[in-house]
Each structure stands twice: as structure tokens, then as C-alpha cells.
Design a protein around this ligand. Structure first.
Ligand SMILES: Cc1cc2nc3c(=O)[nH]c(=O)nc-3n(C[C@H](O)[C@H](O)[C@H](O)COP(=O)(O)OP(=O)(O)OC[C@H]3O[C@@H](n4cnc5c(N)ncnc54)[C@H](O)[C@@H]3O)c2cc1C
Length: 379
């Protein structure tokens, strides 16, 4: 499919594809099997200046647009979704600092994140608060020039490896719901916290998903992002961007499933001819290609609106909802086209099917995105 991309965007897309084919593809199966954190690949991405792509160069970023950024994530996810998610979750953390932080916070933390001197994590979810993020209980009590943080976060991507965490905690225990929540930068060197349980997942097994435990963790008041009570607004703004990036990863996973399905249906012969000669297979492949193209355009549209400084929340939800469900549906079809082989560990489509599921859950489940889209129409 010919996309309306600039020469620069096409070049970035090509660099990401070449990197993914050379460095990620050969190791993706092993990373999945062992649940190995893709640190080596992330270091290589940092060397290529791809760990802070959408942020200003003066703060260590790549200075590229959001379209280029989502093109990179799609290409990486096509080869190794665990690496793509690790990069996406890491890159997301500099966003709220650059958008809502003070100049001092930006200068101190953005370059460390963009250059991967520290891994970043975005810590919102707790045992009691997932979809209902505003119900979080983690507390930040003011004590002189500091806040004392107590509580635990769960399912945090890069949690075990992060040096910098954007944390959401309740500064006003008397205000229930979103209004009492504030956002903090927690620098693990200055304000140590522990990693708890590391989750053993169905898919994206190389990505790190860990519990974070804060016990009397002292954070300077200068690390509050924005004002007290603005935390949920900061979280939701960040998640809007994150949603486009998860949608891009879903497109990459689905594209890989289509690539495998095309290859296998031409190679595998039954009844004396390739599977691809059967209309039932041809139609599955046509539907996959159609839906991948549609999802990709939704992703690019949302990214373009963001680049242009226009509202993009509903479009991000549409892209995420459609791309995630499309990736789940079509990775299952790719397994079907592979027959028994598709069900066997070590066959790429089997991994893709397990990987695809995360895209329907993270950064708002599909149900949440249906609420956002219908809420906008019915308000
Ligand atoms: C691999 C992985 C990585 C993650 N990384 C991070 C991270 O880096 N940072 C972070 O903060 N969080 C992270 N999360 C958490 C993730 O964002 C949450 O799991 C997600 O938001 C869903 O919350 P929950 O699991 O508590 O599900 P619940 O909120 O318990 O929802 C369960 C089901 O009920 C549905 N549901 C809930 N409320 C409603 C409603 N009102 N109407 C209809 N349906 C509803 C949901 O859609 C879902 O299907 C991660 C999760 C996973 C699995």
C-alpha cells in the first residue's frame, strides 16, 4: 500500500524495518521463550537515536514528528512486539515531563530518558484501580519540602528496570476520585523504591511487567508535575498519545501475521496444489490486507492530528480500538491458515496471536474506547 509519507518519514520507516529484520527478527523467538528483557536491542535503538524520537533535539530527542514515531513502532512490532512495547512504554514517560514539567524538570530528566541513560516507567495502575484509574490509593503526603509516598503499583511496564518513574498518587485523601490525584517524577537513585512481583505473561513475554512498591519513599516537592490535583489530566493526556502507539504496534503484529499467512499459503500444498489456490484462503488474506490498511490509516490520521496540534483523543481511541481488535482477529486467522503448525510453539503466528492480545488491554481496554467514542457522540 502506498502511503502519503514524506521522504523523511519513508527513510525513518526504512531504517526501522532494516533494524528490525537484522537485529530483532533473529532473536524474537528466543526472547519470547525465555521472557528475556530486550535490553541489548534497546541499547542499539538508543545508539540509533530512536529512544526519544518524537521529542526536541535540544533535550536529547530525535526531533521527528509523531507519524515517524508510529511508523518505527509498527516496524519494530512486526518483528518483535516485546521490544516495540518496551520502547513505546519507555518513550511515553518523557511526554508528561516535557508537556507539563518545569524547565528544571525537563532539563534534568528528558535527556536521561531520550538517551536511555535510564529506563522510564509510567505508574498508574494499582490492584484496586485499573479501568477506574481515579480510584487509586497510593498516597503522597506533604512533609516539609518533600512528599512521602506509600503504596503499590501493579502491571508496570519496564518497572523492574526503570530509573525514572512518572507516578500517580493521591495528595488529597479527602477528595475521592480523580481530583485528589497528582503526578510525580520519582528518580530511583534519589528516592529509592522496590520492584515487587515480576509477571509471567501470555505474550510480549520479553517486556517487563512488574509491581512497584513505595515504602516511605521521599520525593522532593520540586518533582511534582504541574499542580496538585492535576495528575489525572496529565495521565489521560499521556495515555491519548500512548493509545496511538499501541495501535501502531497492533498494525505491525497484524502485518507480520499477514506476511506469514501469504508465505505459508503459497508454500504448503494440499490436494496437489498450494493452499493459496483455495478461495477460502484467498478471502481470509484479502480481509486481512484490507483491515490492516484501514487500521494503518486510522493510526496515521490520529498521529497527524497530534502533529498539527489539533484534538486527537477520539481519533486515538478509534485507531486503538480498531487496530487492536483487527490484530486479534487476524492473528487468529493466520494461525488457522497454518493449520496444526500454527498451534505449535516456535511458529511465528502462534507468538503473534499471543502478543496481539495485549493491544486490546493496555492504555484503555476496548470497552473503554467504545465508551470514549460513544461518549463523544452522545454528549
Ligand atoms: C502487559 C501489561 C502491561 C501494563 N503496563 C502498564 C503500565 O506500564 N502502567 C500502568 O499504569 N498500567 C499498566 N498496565 C495495566 C493496564 O493498563 C490495565 O490492566 C488496564 O487498564 C485494565 O485494567 P484492569 O486490568 O484493572 O481491568 P479492570 O478494570 O478490572 O477491567 C476488567 C474488564 O472489565 C471491563 N470494564 C471495566 N469497567 C467497565 C465499565 N465501566 N464498562 C464496561 N466494561 C468495563 C474492562 O474493559 C475489562 O474488560 C499493564 C497491563 C498489562 C497486562
Amino acid at each position: 500500500m502506498n502511503l502519503p509519507l514524506t521522504e523523511e518519514q519513508q527513510l525513518i520507516q526504512r531504517i526501522a524495518r532494516e533494524f528490525a529484520e537484522k537485529e530483532l527478527e533473529p532473536r524474537a523467538e528466543e526472547i519470547d521463550k525465555a521472557g528475556e528483557f530486550p535490553d541489548e536491542a534497546m541499547r542499539m535503538l538508543a545508539d540509533l537515536d530512536l529512544t526519544g524520537v518524537p521529542y526536541p533535539q535540544e533535550y536529547g530527542g530525535g526531533g521527528a514528528d509523531k507519524i515517524s514515531y508510529v511508523l518505527i513502532l509498527e516496524e519494530l512490532a512486526r518483528s518483535c512486539a516485546a521490544t516495540a512495547l518496551t520502547l513505546g512504554a519507555h518513550t511515553m514517560v518523557a511526554g508528561p515531563i516535557l508537556e507539563f514539567g518545569t524547565q528544571e524538570q525537563i532539563e534534568k530528566y528528558a535527556p536521561r530518558l531520550c538517551k536511555l541513560e535510564d529506563y522510564g516507567a509510567f505508574a498508574l495502575t494499582e490492584a484496586c484501580s485499573g479501568t477506574d484509574a481515579g480510584a487509586l490509593m497510593c498516597g503522597a503526603a506533604r512533609d516539609g519540602d518533600d512528599y512521602i509516598i506509600n503504596g503499590a503499583k501493579m502491571f508496570i511496564t519496564n518497572g523492574g528496570y526503570c530509573g525514572i518513574c512518572v507516578l500517580f498518587a493521591r495528595t488529597d485523601p479527602d477528595t475521592p476520585g480523580s481530583k485528589g490525584v497528582s503526578a510525580f517524577i520519582v528518580d530511583r537513585k534519589e528516592s529509592p523504591f522496590e520492584a515487587g512481583k515480576h509477571e509471567d505473561k501470555m505474550g510480549i513475554r520479553g517486556s517487563d511487567t512488574t509491581e512497584l512498591i513505595f515504602r516511605n519513599c521521599r520525593v522532593p516537592k520540586g518533582n511534582l508535575i504541574g499542580k496538585e490535583g492535576q495528575g489525572m489530566r496529565i495521565a489521560l493526556t499521556t495515555l491519548n498519545v500512548g493509545r496511538i502507539t499501541i495501535a501502531a504496534q497492533a498494525v505491525g503484529i497484524a502485518q507480520a501475521a499477514l506476511d506469514e499467512a501469504v508465505k505459508h499459503s503459497k508454500d504448503r500444498r494440499q490436494f496437489g496444489r498450494p493452499l493459496a489456490k483455495n478461495q477460502a484462503i484467498q478471502w481470509m488474506i484479502a480481509d486481512m490486507a484490507r483491515d490492516i490498511a484501514a487500521a494503518r490509516l486510522l493510526v496515521l490520521h490520529a498521529a497527524k492530528l497530534y502533529d498539527e496540534g489539533r484534538p486527537f483523543g477520539v481519533e486515538a481511541s478509534m485507531a486503538k480500538l480498531f487496530a487492536a481488535e483487527m490484530a486479534m482477529t487476524h492473528t487468529v486467522k493466520a494461525v488457522q491458515i497454518h493449520g496444526g503448525l500454527g498451534y505449535i510453539r516456535g511458529t511465528k503466528v502462534e507468538r503473534l496471536m499471543r502478543d496481539a492480545k495485549f493491544t486490546e488491554i493496555l492504555e484503555g481496554t476496548s470497552e473503554v474506547h467504545r465508551m470514549i467514542i460513544s461518549g463523544d457522540l452522545l454528549k
